[in-house]
Design a protein around this ligand. Structure first.
Ligand code: ADP
Length: 678
């Protein structure tokens, strides 16, 4: 076995590989870019070497430089993770030439599977079933068109060199063929430098089922069963699971054996994934082979109890596969959700920024191959593979994945229940995430019933993108409690028990009767009126048409409130005047409006609103033309690490918005125009 390896990757997969190395007593060398100087993988590995600029081509894609670093640090092998150099045959060859072991398949296997067309030709000879289609060398447009007509519409045009869901177009009818061909070629040339395409029958309601294979250099090859990755958005995987629901033993064996045949056909060694597209009737066809470890490999680990990175290391070191086919078993069911920094309400646009507050469900960080404290699936069957911690940033340079959340259950229903619970406990402040979207996705009827196909998300748009739910009394109570606790700490009034972690929240107590009114704004600008009345040491909270006795206590982010006899637990993270409320699996954001605020030194009755200091616009809360009341938050600026909410000085109408989110503004700059109502 190796004594030391270099991990040519970053983020969660670099940490994942390092975790197994640590367990096996193998030293690890991390490499990092300018943007990753403080990244988790750098701290997690035994050594770390800076390799260049933030852009991947200046760092993680610098094959020669990475090889030099491996030699200089005495690493014996390089693990490429996924992405970056993992499927680069030239890199695999260069490693060998430098006397380093590339922890992956032989360069010849990468090359054979690198082109979708060439791979299909190979598979045809190995008798692996293929989607009806054309994958020949001749790229004459007239010929491609004839082939499409022969196959029958709809057809799918794919870039031969494509990957990551790019370079694909569905053609519904012959009239649309030419335009689609031109656009796929353009995209293929721009993204992959190769404009060749193939034509395939487009399957309606297909499932994506892939087989994990493993081969060693002694000629053994096994399959570690299947993963169902049908839940996709624009051909990108969102949820993955193993085993595939509804899979019969017979079909599992047929697909497994076809995948092994595919691997053998290219002289495969190491971990690989053979992707199939399956019809609802169970018939399946080869799509492509990925010659590396997949993002979703943990679901296979959870059901087989095997550590696939350990298998990779053993095979690369020349050892035989740890287990034979007959020794592999499926135990239970596993699900994986990819938690991304992105905004589902804005076409899933990536979100960048700092993870200011991060709380995750109780979980193990990576499975330690086999039993973890007597439990092969970690406490409560929850595992998190993450490359970031609280305080880290998600930069625009790399994939905006925050973590992979993986759960295990004895059956699919148990796994699903755990996934719901774990997602409800995932709390992130600082950037937009897809957590709430994932919660709705795993809760939706189609997914719960395992009615899977690649169109599941599109078909269920109505339930997956619902209008914002109203804010409840519980969230309001948590916000009021957190505000009281903050004010109490500021005034240091709570000296009764200086050692208690719980700050008594009753800071507004006065003799006699006191009433405090608060105005809270929702993200969409709606204003909520709240009142807290204290009398004789008892408080009552009023909101909308409700009233409830109120008592609260806070310990850091943990807040508990008694609304009469009902106890409410939650977490509150205050970011300036913005309160992030986590309760019962929900994340509500309310901004406290200062009743005395005079909107950014606004100009009284109307005119302009200006920046009180130099800073950056971080949120625009209204649209041009919006009619608002005095105190409505209009825009949020960040300056000197603090947030400043610019609010409407009087009732009126928003005119023109002069800055957008992300814009830098100088002191005194006019932010928007505003006309007051008389
Ligand atoms: P990439 O290499 O870009 O990931 P794939 O060939 O693996 O491309 O296809 C990605 C996804 O596109 C599949 O998981 C599936 O959802 C969809 N897809 C691919 N081929 C077909 C087809 N013939 N019919 C319907 N959907 C397809």
């Amino acid at each position: 076995m190796f004594r030391k390896i270099l991990i040519a990757n970053r983020g969660e997969i670099a940490c994942r590989v390092a975790a197994t190395c640590r367990r096996l007593g193998i030293r690890t060398v991390a490499v990092y870019s300018d943007a990753d100087a403080d990244a988790r993988h750098v701290a997690f590995c035994d050594e770390a070497v800076h390799i260049g600029g933030a852009a991947a081509r200046d760092s993680y894609l610098r094959a020669d430089h990475i090889i030099e670093v491996a030699r200089a640090t005495g690493a014996q092998a390089i693990h490429p993770g996924y992405g970056f150099l993992s499927e680069n045959e030239g890199f695999a060859e260069a490693c060998a030439a430098a006397g380093l072991v590339f922890i992956g398949p032989p360069a010849s296997a990468i090359r054979a599977m690198g082109s979708k067309s060439a791979a299909k030709q190979l598979m045809e000879t190995a008798a692996v079933p293929l989607v009806p289609g054309y994958h020949g060398e001749d790229q004459d447009p007239a010929l491609l068109r004839r082939e499409a007509d022969r196959i029958g519409y709809p057809v799918l045009l794919k870039a031969s060199a494509g990957g990551g869901g790019k370079g694909m177009r569905v053609v519904e009818a012959p009239e649309a063929f030419e335009a689609a061909l031109a656009s796929v070629k353009r995209e293929a040339l721009a993204s992959f430098g190769d404009e060749r395409v193939l034509v395939e029958k487009y399957l309606t309601r297909p499932r994506h089922i892939e087989i994990q294979v493993f081969a060693d250099s002694q000629g053994h090859c096994v399959y570690l069963f299947e993963r169902d990755c049908s839940v996709q958005r624009r051909h990108q995987k969102v949820l993955e699971e193993a085993p595939a629901p509804g899979m019969s033993e017979e079909r599992r064996r047929a697909m497994g054996e076809a995948a092994v045949a595919a691997a053998r056909a290219v002289g495969y060694v190491g971990a690989g994934t053979v992707e199939f597209i399956a019809n609802q009737d169970g018939s399946f066809y080869f799509m492509e082979m990925n010659t590396r470890l997949q993002v979703e490999h943990p679901v296979t680990e959870m059901i087989t109890g095997q550590d696939l990175v350990e298998w990779q290391l053993r095979v690369a070191a020349g050892e035989p596969l740890p287990l034979a086919q007959e020794q592999l078993r499926i135990d239970g069911h596993a699900l994986e959700a990819r938690i991304y920094a992105e905004n589902p309400d804005k076409q899933f646009l990536p979100s960048t920024g700092t993870l200011r507050y991060l709380r995750t469900p109780a979980a193990v960080q990576f499975m330690r191959g086999g039993a973890v404290d007597g439990n092969p699936h970690g406490p409560a069957g929850v595992r998190i593979d993450a490359g970031v911690r609280e305080g880290d940033t998600i930069s625009p340079y790399y994939d905006p994945m925050i973590a992979k959340l993986i759960v295990w259950g004895r059956d699919r229903d148990e796994a699903l229940a755990r996934m719901r619970q774990a997602l409800a406990a995932y709390q992130v402040v600082g950037l937009s995430t897809n957590v709430a979207f994932l919660q709705r996705l795993v809760a939706c009827e189609a997914f719960a019933q395992a009615d899977l196909d690649t169109g599941l998300i599109e078909r269920n748009r109505a339930v997956l993108f619902p209008p914002a739910a109203p804010v409840g009394m519980e969230a309001i109570a948590l916000a009021v409690a957190a505000l009281q606790a903050r004010e109490a700490t500021e005034r240091r009034v709570d000296e009764a028990d200086p050692h208690s972690p719980w700050v008594r929240a009753g800071a507004w107590r006065l003799n006699g009767r006191a009433r405090r009114e608060l105005r809270l704004a929702k993200a969409d600008g709606t204003i909520l009126e709240v009142a807290l009345v204290e009398q004789g040491g008892r408080a009552t909270l009023f909101f909308a048409d409700q009233a409830a006795p109120f008592a609260a206590a806070c310990a850091a982010a943990d807040v508990r409130v008694d609304l009469g006899t009902r106890r409410v637990h939650g977490q509150v993270h205050a970011d300036g005047e913005r309160f992030h409320l986590f309760h019962d699996g929900r994340h509500d954001v309310l901004t406290l409006l200062d009743p005395l605020a005079h909107a950014g030194e606004g100009e009284g009755e109307g005119g302009k609103l200006t920046a009180p200091m130099p800073g950056k616009v971080i949120a625009v809360l209204v649209e041009a033309g919006a009619s608002v009341v005095r105190g409505t938050p209009l825009l949020v600026m960040e300056a000197m690490k603090m947030e400043h909410t610019i609010s409407a000085p009087v009732d009126g109408t928003v005119g023109e918005l002069l800055y957008a989110v992300g814009d830098q503004v100088s002191e005194g700059a006019q932010l928007l125009t505003f006309a007051g109502r008389a």
